[in-house]
Design a protein around this ligand. Sequence first.
Ligand code: VL7
Length: 137
Amino acid sequence: MPASLCGTWDIISNVNLDGYMIALGISPNLRKIALKLKQKKVIEQKGDHYIIKTTSTFRNYTISFRVGQDFEEFTKGLDNRHVKSLVTWEGNKLVCEQTGEKKNRGWAHWIEDDKLHLELYCDGEVCSQVFKKKVNE
Ligand code: VL7
């Protein structure tokens, strides 16, 4: 059983978010705002059901899914696209494939050294984020 992803997590590093946003076709103005944000993740889980909230002072984005069951995702407030998403475990990584207009799009979450790792990828660009667990929640 992989380590639990649950909890409230604060971002501590963010590499190539701009490349990922450019691959998604995000406008220069929105990219500039997004780059300044300190994102948080709030992950809740009951059995195979997950809720992942990405929050910031500017905008929030939430998804809810069951592992192994594909779902329609609308990336509202991000690139505003409709994709078909499927989340599965690949070893210790929770991996999402987002099928749609953009090629090779998805993300992977895993725990390493008590940190939450996230890779967001699209069209050959990879954004690597690391979060540390918020204490006293
Ligand atoms: C979602 C940034 C940049 C557009 C707004 C910036 C608002 C805060 O897909 C994501 O997470 C997965 C895995 O944890 C679960 O949904 C990341 C935010 C990444 C995308 C695009 C900039 C507009 C940022 C919501």
